[in-house]
Design a protein around this ligand. Sequence first.
Ligand SMILES: Cc1ncc(COP(=O)(O)O)c(C=O)c1O
Length: 393
Amino acid sequence: MKRIYLDHAATTPTHPDVLAAMQPFFSDKFGNPSSIHSFGRETRSAIENARGKVADLLGAKPEEIVFTSGGTEANNFALHGIAYANEEKGSHIITSAIEHHAILQPCKFLESRGFKVTYLPVDKHGSVDPEDVRKAITDKTILVSIMQANNEVGTIEPVEEIAGMVRGTRGEGRNVYFHTDAVQTVGQVEVNVDKLGVDLLSLSGHKFYGPKGVGALFIRKGTRMVPFLRGGEQENNRRASTENVPGIVGLGKACELAKNELDSRIRHLTPLRDKLIKGIMNKIPDVVLNGHPDQRLPKNVDISVKGIEGESMLLNLEMEGVAVSTGSACSSGTTEPSHVLMAIGLSHELAHGSLRFTLGRLTTESDIIYVLDVFPGIVEKLRKMSPTYKKGG
Ligand SMILES: Cc1ncc(COP(=O)(O)O)c(C=O)c1O
């Protein structure tokens, strides 16, 4: 049976060129980058080469890039690193209600350690209002962390505006840092740290055709941070532990490819996304598009279908060979609807009927046509069995 993967926000297949670049670093080129002999020098130079590529994609300086084990670690590093280095200046952090758990959980932990966290609401499209950020800043605020794009509903946040506003509050002894979780945007849309005006930015390799288990945190020069892992002197004393050399080399290659292919990726995905949205809206009654109508990731189609469960649609699509994801019954195995769908104000019924399609570089028009062929029948079948569904009701 045909298998169609439409879950690229969860992870992406490693690009063959990334794999080829990594391969030698599992065997022939195995030296510890901290060793001073030629084996070590070989892997050290591979790491620095990769660092240059990550920096190049982001418009950063190589020394502003710290490699991590992924997006989760980069986010934890940003929050803890800033919180503990600046606590004598203040203990207030601002974030949004729709951040990934890799932001929300460390925020909860910091709250348990005496920090105060403000969780800003979003509008029905999932957008944070920069004015809300401005109002929330106090003389105790040390960090604002707002994601560049949401992983579920695909909304791209006005990060440039928020960062500019945060910068505007600096001075007279106050220094509020701005972090963005760019895990869903790097390699998908333009991400330039100077244009965005951010101090810290997290990314993750496996979301843009790099390997899993590797990511990076951009830390603007001059930012006061404590190290995340203490031990050896790796990563300029900011993140101890022998480096994941194959992973870092792969991440570098993924960044190089992203830089070269970014425009063509966007040009490829946008019409496919729009075809899928239009097709679903035309063929199926009582469906809503979640997220922003135009400020959305080129890969993201997130919908809620009235009267039926996202899980049932997912399983039926799976039987037709199509892999997608849903916003309820998420990773934790609970049937609670996601905090993101609740924050945009969906009813429990609509939140439970959500489905996320995320497209990728290998998605074809015939994949979209196939989904538009099988999906309306699935919805119709499930609605016939639904005790709650009433057309237009
Ligand atoms: C917005 C966002 N932040 C952070 C993460 C965590 O990244 P990683 O899987 O590399 O730890 C994800 C992964 O789903 C994400 O979508």
